[in-house]
Write a new protein. Structure first.
Length: 351
């Protein structure tokens, strides 16, 4: 099914990512399928554990479709997880109440225990889930695939989960840049296979989540974010030139400009901290922009949300723009607030 988009698409998301300015910006939400939906919580309980939910194609497909049925977003994002890549490399992965837990990679001496073979076989259920979803989406709804960028995936692999100070991963990169570079390259190769499975399954867009890009110095950003992302995007474009790539280097600040200029991405997703004037003048003149409503505003709803949505559209919808959050939907977000957002975005922008 990969590569079926030929010529001008009729799907609003694909049109915006191709550089069109639309009267009504297409929209979807990061983490739009998840814990804030009661139907998701019921299915999660049925699955028993999170990894099983991700790797059971019929369940992952159902979770992907749930918000589309409720709210009619312009895109579904395939339900999966960025840490399936380290799991496929042989790292133990589980999910506790506090978040993901992995056996930490403590340095270059641990790299031989990571296996780069049979990645496609281990992640095949993700491609099957994509195929199931693509066949059930409305004609105008696009399907997005995703992966974690190498730096962000490496932070979880080295820290053994989430972190406050990222002491271990930074220490590894400073102490042994050659060994850390080998880990980054290994992750990049596995990520390429992960995204290939999704594209062959039918996704039409991919997004790279670099959630911890903002913790690096400019030199570290250049070495561990820009260069690995460019390598991955170049490989994807060589095989799938028709598939747009959205980059999301959360927290990158002024380095968003370099990310856009140097990685080869087709569109940029901006976090909540990015000033709209900067996004419009420095980023949107190069590529379509996506984002950046504060997820807390979606949770709060009401006048505060409505005013922010109007401002975003006034500032960014005069160019190629995809409406989204500056990060993912918060678990305690009322679904009725998402329904209200859908209503706000269904009308053309007032001029």
């Amino acid at each position: 099914m990969a590569g079926k988009t030929v010529g001008r698409s009729t799907k609003p998301l694909l049109r915006a990512l191709a550089g069109e300015t639309l009267d009504r910006p297409p929209w979807w939400l990061m983490r739009q399928a998840g814990r804030y939906l009661p139907e998701y919580r019921a299915l999660r309980e049925k699955a028993g554990d999170f990894v099983t939910l991700c790797l059971t194609p019929e369940l992952a497909a159902e979770v992907t479709l749930q918000p589309i049925r409720r709210f009619g977003m312009d895109a579904a994002i395939l339900f999966s997880d960025i840490l399936l890549v380290p799991r496929a490399l042989g790292q133990r992965l589980s999910y506790e109440d506090s978040g993901p837990a992995l056996d930490p990679v403590s340095g270059g001496v641990d790299l031989p225990r990571l296996q780069s073979t049979e990645i496609a076989a281990k992640l095949a259920p993700v491609g099957e889930a994509a195929s199931r979803v693509r066949g059930k989406l409305p004609d105008a709804t696009a399907l997005i695939g995703f992966a974690g960028a190498p730096w962000t995936v490496a932070t979880y692999m080295v820290e053994g989960g989430t972190s406050r100070d990222f002491h271990q991963v930074k220490s590894f990169s400073y102490r042994d840049p050659q060994g850390f570079g080998a880990l980054i390259e290994l992750i990049g190769d596995a990520t390429f296979e992960f995204l290939t499975l999704q594209i062959e399954g039918g996704v039409e867009v991919v997004q790279l989540f670099d959630s911890w890009a903002g913790i690096l110095s400019p030199d570290g950003f250049e070495r561990w974010v820009l260069a690995p992302t460019k390598r991955l995007v170049t490989a994807l474009k060589a095989r799938y030139p028709q598939i747009p790539v959205i980059g999301f280097p959360r927290g990158a600040g002024l380095l968003y400009e370099r990310y856009v200029a140097e990685t080869g991405i087709d569109a940029i997703s901006v976090d909540t901290t990015v000033p709209l004037g900067f996004a419009r003048a420095c980023l949107q003149t190069r590529v379509p922009v996506q984002g950046n409503l504060d997820p807390v505003l979606l949770r709060v709803g009401g006048d505060a949300m409505r005013q922010a949505v109007t401002k975003l559209r006034d500032e960014l919808a005069a160019g190629p723009y995809v409406f989204n959050l500056g990060h993912g939907v918060l678990p305690d977000t009322p679904p009725e607030h998402v329904a209200e957002l859908a209503g706000l975005l269904s009308a053309p922008r007032a001029r």
